[in-house]
Design a protein around this ligand. Structure first.
Ligand SMILES: CC(C)(COP(=O)(O)OP(=O)(O)OC[C@H]1O[C@@H](n2cnc3c(N)ncnc32)[C@H](O)[C@@H]1OP(=O)(O)O)[C@@H](O)C(=O)NCCC(=O)NCCS
Length: 160
C-alpha cells in the first residue's frame, strides 16, 4: 500500500492502493459538505441519525471540519470526516472521527488524525482532547494519544 500526503494546507492529497485499485483522496477543511452524504457516512459506521438542522448548526459552530473525499472530478465521494470544537486558542476537542468501512484499514484514519492535529497546531491550539469508544482506544494510543495520564483525569457526562 502506498499513502502520501502532498500538502496539509487547505486541501491535501494522498494516494492509497485500496480497496481494489490506486485511488486518490483529498483532505479539505474548506470544501462544503453535503449534509445528507455526511450523515450517510456517519451512519455507515453505525452511528444513529441526527436531525440535519442540528448537524448544520453544529458544523457552523465547529472550530475545524475536515472531510476526506475519494478524488473524482465528476463524482467525489465523502469517505472520511472529523471535526473539532474549542476556543481556537487553548483547547480543542475532536468529535465524529469516521472512515467509511470500505476504506478502513488502509491508513486513512491515521492520516486524517495527523491532518487534524497539524491543522490545530497551525492555528496555535496545543491541548487536544477526545472521547474514544473502548474499541478504538488502541487506534489513538498508537498515534501518541495519552489515555488519562497517571489516572489524574476523568471524563464526566451530564445529560442536561
Ligand atoms: C477508527 C477509524 C477512524 C480508524 O480508521 P482506519 O482508516 O481504519 O485506521 P487506519 O487504517 O489508519 O489504522 C491506523 C492504525 O490503527 C489501527 N487501528 C485501526 N482501527 C483500529 C481499531 N478500531 N482499534 C485498534 N486499532 C485500530 C490499525 O491497525 C493501524 O495500525 P498500524 O499503524 O500499526 O498499522 C475507523 O475504523 C472508523 O471510522 N471506525 C468507526 C467509527 C469510530 O469508531 N470512530 C472513532 C470514534 S471515537
Amino acid at each position: 500500500m502506498t499513502l502520501e500526503i502532498e500538502s496539509v494546507y487547505g486541501e491535501g492529497a494522498c494516494e492509497c492502493a485500496s480497496p481494489d485499485k490506486q485511488v486518490s483522496f483529498v483532505f479539505s477543511q474548506t470544501r462544503p459538505f453535503d449534509l445528507v452524504e455526511l450523515e450517510q457516512l456517519l451512519q455507515s459506521v453505525g452511528w444513529s441519525q441526527r436531525p440535519v438542522g442540528k448537524v448544520r448548526r453544529a458544523l457552523d459552530s465547529s472550530l475545524l471540519k475536515v472531510g476526506l473525499w475519494k478524488h473524482d472530478p465528476c463524482f467525489p465521494r465523502l469517505i472520511g470526516f472529523a471535526r473539532c470544537t474549542g476556543d481556537g486558542v487553548i483547547d480543542a476537542t475532536v468529535w465524529d472521527v469516521a472512515i467509511h468501512p470500505i476504506y478502513q484499514g488502509f491508513g486513512l484514519g491515521k492520516q486524517l488524525m495527523a491532518y487534524v492535529n497539524r491543522s490545530l497546531h497551525d492555528i496555535g491550539v496545543r491541548r487536544i482532547t477526545l472521547f474514544a469508544d473502548p474499541g478504538v482506544v488502541s487506534f489513538y494510543k498508537s498515534q501518541g494519544w495519552i489515555l488519562e495520564p497517571k489516572g489524574h483525569r476523568c471524563a464526566f457526562w451530564y445529560a442536561n
